[in-house]
Design a protein around this ligand. Structure first.
Ligand code: 3SK
Length: 514
């Protein structure tokens, strides 16, 4: 049986595992390469630098950073010092970053030069005056800010923080259908468990692998794919700052020859439709993964026919840190999410909490060693999600007689679009702020590939015509106020929304609309 020592610092563990491969490449990003030896030096210097700035163990440092070699250095440097890194979605508007600065009581913030202006707005909105560190090339730092290079000028930290395995190590923000994003608190041991149970035992990442993930490091999926698993195996990882368009991904598949590729369904759809799709012989793919939303069967089949390599479709969550239900090498059933990852237990329960029979839809609960400790500052939502050993996922699933699980929708109103959650309530409240909108309802609808797209049904105010120009105006209105994945791809104008006798919107009727 695998055990984690009571005293366990994950960053220290990673550096020790790789101590005998100093000249091996750990990371390749858009502008440079980083060996394991240099990763070791920079992580220890970053740890010392954060402590020298006055950040103390268990205090938070917000990481608003693009994917580059600096992000793993900042994340592991903070862990090594016992400081709690909080990598956040870089695409969120300043209002959301301001909320996170306040909610986490961050004592320092590290950002990438291209994101500096937005972050400064967020800091002003939050009214915080904390050390600001800027990574990447910049013409002149703002007054009082520090370059990331200056942080790395410190002498290496002599000894890692003597962290307990179960101590707060880092947070990731998770979104819900109502309210603010929730700071999901994870321990050092949780990183270890995802590396052992999924990265090593299911995905089988090896030292000779080159890993490339389209999910950025601030997502739980990306953090496992591009940091925890490859560093645990001594592999090399390719990072890319730009948006993962099919073009950018094709370029990396050919240029860097990754052997392990971690994608999301929308990207697989885009790749297969793209003019730049490389031939099987011009790439080196050994195994691929998919998560974020269910992978349509025909997409998995077409990908395997083209590249001769399987996609392991799986389900994970920010709360469980990575994938706990998955197709596994030698046991792939496209269209299904597979079986529980060994080390995790899964149950489907009815509304009364009783197990459902095979073939019946139930709410998914997971038991496993990588579940988060709690949501920060949110007792009610912590209690509704973390139920003793079990964690409620919020997904509905059905299991067949052979033990394969298939996705059947969400338990709440959340949509999953391009692998990211969208709260219809949040989008509706932004739409309602537009002077032409009288009423609206946002739902998910399948596109021609079987993926979810966001559709807004809108009743326009009297005197406003619901036409194509207004539809574009409303899309732009949402785009300017929320993260880019949240704006409705379609706006449909109705005279009335379907409602019950008591006035509740009948979303199921809208979902069923052609
Ligand atoms: O979207 C998923 O299935 C997922 C996978 C790994 C980690 C986190 C998430 C949300």
């Amino acid at each position: 049986t695998i055990r984690v020592p009571d005293r366990f610092n994950f960053a220290h563990h990673i550096l020790a595992l790789n101590a005998d491969r100093p000249s091996k490449l750990a990371y390749i990003d858009d502008t440079c390469e980083l060996t394991y030896g240099e990763l070791d030096r920079r992580v220890k210097a970053c740890a010392a630098g954060l402590l020298a700035l006055g950040v103390r163990p268990e205090e938070r440092v917000l990481l608003v950073m693009q994917d580059s070699v600096d992000l793993p250095v900042a994340f592991l440097g903070a862990l090594l010092a016992g400081v709690v890194p909080v990598p956040v979605n870089t695409l969120l508007p300043p209002e959301d970053h301001a909320y996170m600065l306040g909610d986490s009581s961050a004592r320092a913030v590290i950002t990438s030069a291209p994101l500096l202006a937005g972050l400064q707005q967020a800091m002003a909105l939050a009214g915080v005056d904390i050390p600001l560190i800027v990574a990447g090339a910049i013409d002149g730092l703002p007054h009082g800010a520090l370059g990331f290079g200056q942080l790395l000028d410190h002498a290496p930290l002599a000894a890692p923080a003597a962290s307990a395995a179960d101590q707060f190590a880092f947070w990731l923000y998770s979104s819900g259908s109502t309210g603010r994003p929730k700071g999901t608190v994870h321990s050092h041991a949780n990183l270890f468990w995802t590396a052992e149970l999924y990265g090593k035992a299911v995905l089988g990442v090896r030292e000779d692998d080159i890993v490339f993930s389209v999910a950025k490091l601030f997502f739980a999926y990306g953090l496992g794919n591009a940091l925890t698993f490859p560093l645990y195996a001594g592999a090399t990882t390719v990072l890319m700052a730009e948006r993962p368009t099919p073009q950018a991904v094709c370029d990396r598949l050919v240029r860097h020859q990754p052997t392990v590729f971690c994608g999301v369904p929308t990207l697989y759809v885009g790749l297969l439709a793209s003019d730049c799709l490389p031939s099987k012989t011009s790439v080196a793919l050994r195994v691929c993964t998919s998560a974020g939303e269910a992978l349509p069967q025909h997409i998995g089949e077409r990908f395997t026919n083209h590249f001769g390599c399987y996609i392991l479709d799986g389900l994970g969550s920010t709360e469980m840190l990575h994938i706990f239900l998955s197709n596994q090498p030698g046991d792939i059933r496209y269209g299904a999410t597979g079986k529980p990852v060994p080390g995790y237990d899964v149950q489907l329960r009815d509304d009364a909490g009783a197990p459902v029979a095979a073939g019946e839809i139930g709410d998914l609960y997971i038991r496993g060693p990588s579940s988060a400790l709690m949501y920060w500052n949110n007792r009610a939502k912590s209690q509704a999600t973390f139920l003793g050993e079990w964690t409620r996922s919020g997904d509905k699933y059905v299991v067949d007689a052979d033990g394969y699980y298939t996705y059947s929708g969400r338990s709440d109103d959340m949509l999953k679009v391009s692998g990211q959650y969208v709260s219809p309530i949040e989008v509706e409240s932004v739409l309602m702020g537009h002077e032409a909108v009288c009423e609206c309802a946002v739902v998910g609808a399948p596109d021609s590939q079987g993926l979810t797209r966001t559709v807004a049904y809108v009743v326009a105010h009297t005197g406003r015509e619901g036409n194509a120009a207004l539809a574009e105006e409303l899309k732009a209105w949402v785009k300017a106020r929320l993260a880019p994945h949240k704006y409705p791809r379609d706006v449909v104008f109705l005279v009335d929304l379907p409602k019950t006798a008591t006035g509740k919107i009948q979303r199921f009727k809208l979902r069923a609309a052609p």
